[in-house]
Design a protein around this ligand. Sequence first.
Ligand code: GDP
Ligand code: IMO
Ligand code: MG
Length: 425
Amino acid sequence: MNVDVLLGLQWGDEGKGKIVDVLTPKYDIISRFQGGPNAGHTLEFNNVKHILHTIPSGIFRENKINIIGNGVVIDPIIFKQEIDKLHDVGIDISKNLYISKKAHLILPTHRLLDAASEEKKGKTKIGSTLKGIGPTYKDKIGRDGLRVGDLIHNFDVKYNSRIDNHKVMLTEFFKYNYEETLNACEKDWFEGINVLKSFKIVDTEHMINEALIAGKSILAEGAQGTLLDIDFGSYPFVTSSNTICAGACTGLGIAPQKIGNVFGIFKAYCTRVGMGPFPTELNDDTGTKLRDAGNEYGSTTGRPRRCGWLDLVALKYSVMLDGVTELIMMKGDVLDDFDTIKICVGYEIDGEVVEHFPFELTDDVKPVYVELPGWKTDLTQIKDQNEFPEELNNYISFIEDEMNIPISIASVGPNRAQTIFLEKE
Ligand code: GDP
Ligand code: IMO
Ligand code: MG
């Protein structure tokens, strides 16, 4: 058996949580492979909305194993909040959730370092979610991290030594006043640790590879999006992990030849939260219309998302990096009320049109658009592909022809049921 991978092709928030939940019945195991509580994955069914940050989006389906892989960074405070919320809606995941011993812990001081670093950067800040992601991965790569497996042995000594180092950085380098906040959150942090310890903490790389040999099917759930990848995204305005498909190998401990289908998710337009370049961004009424229609406010931070037209230059780049085998188009319904819809097919840079994603996206990059007719139809009520308006079929075909990959699912609303599987002739 292989591991199928589902990941975002844009700047995050493409709708990964919804589709993982929709696809989960086809799999035995769902596992997150990178990122942490900077992610906010939304699922909607039975008129209730759930937002997950660390826990895989397969958790609402019965009898499925969910795994938090070694590539993920965990904040025990947020983890406990997620568990409590699930408990409130009657979901007990203690039997079905496994956590890698090698996943790294976000310490209370990592969050403070994130805030201090952003404050120091001022106008050049990344616009981080302030969840401590950058500092935690920095310590991981710098070989100073603390892992979930460390909880079992001599933890206090290791914890105190890391916290002491961080305090020196906060005081001497950042001149950051941390005492009050740190004291307030350390108690919650240790409560979270107690909850974390009550779960199954295992060598998930063995578990996953043994499951493959036993014929189990696995879906790997990405967080963030390809354009936020630490190596290939719009650096430095990126997150601190490999969000691309290769991240599933390192973040779960699976060999590259074990990767099966790669589901690449994109919105029928584009959004971005935080700072950084965004060639097709619309700072006008059309951008506001997209934000309102798509309810584009961050699931984790509540920040308004920047909105713009679909960018095929960026999408092709992502498809190349991820080896996408099937595309999934989200939020087509958000475009229901547009007379015409633009799609970016090239970038004009210094008077020349290029179709590859450049080293640096500056303000000089001008999108080259084609304009397609809108469908002016309420897609949210559609139950079958046969009911698609002709203009929507054209929009889908245009993207498929440009990308040379089929779109296998079109999502037409936030609800689980508003998902249309597309048949090809
Ligand atoms: P993720 O981070 O990729 O899981 O995406 P988010 O959950 O952060 O953001 C996607 C948002 O769009 C959520 O509020 C979803 O409920 C919503 N959503 C997902 N699919 C659709 C869709 O097809 N149409 C509409 N209108 N909303 C959708
Ligand atoms: P999901 O999984 C959208 C963005 C932040 C910021 C940059 C760095 O829900 O799609 P970080 O906190 O990682 O140091 O922030 O990355 N970012 C996301 N944007 N969706 C996400 O996750 C994101 N996770 C991080 O806004 O620009
Ligand atoms: Mg999100």
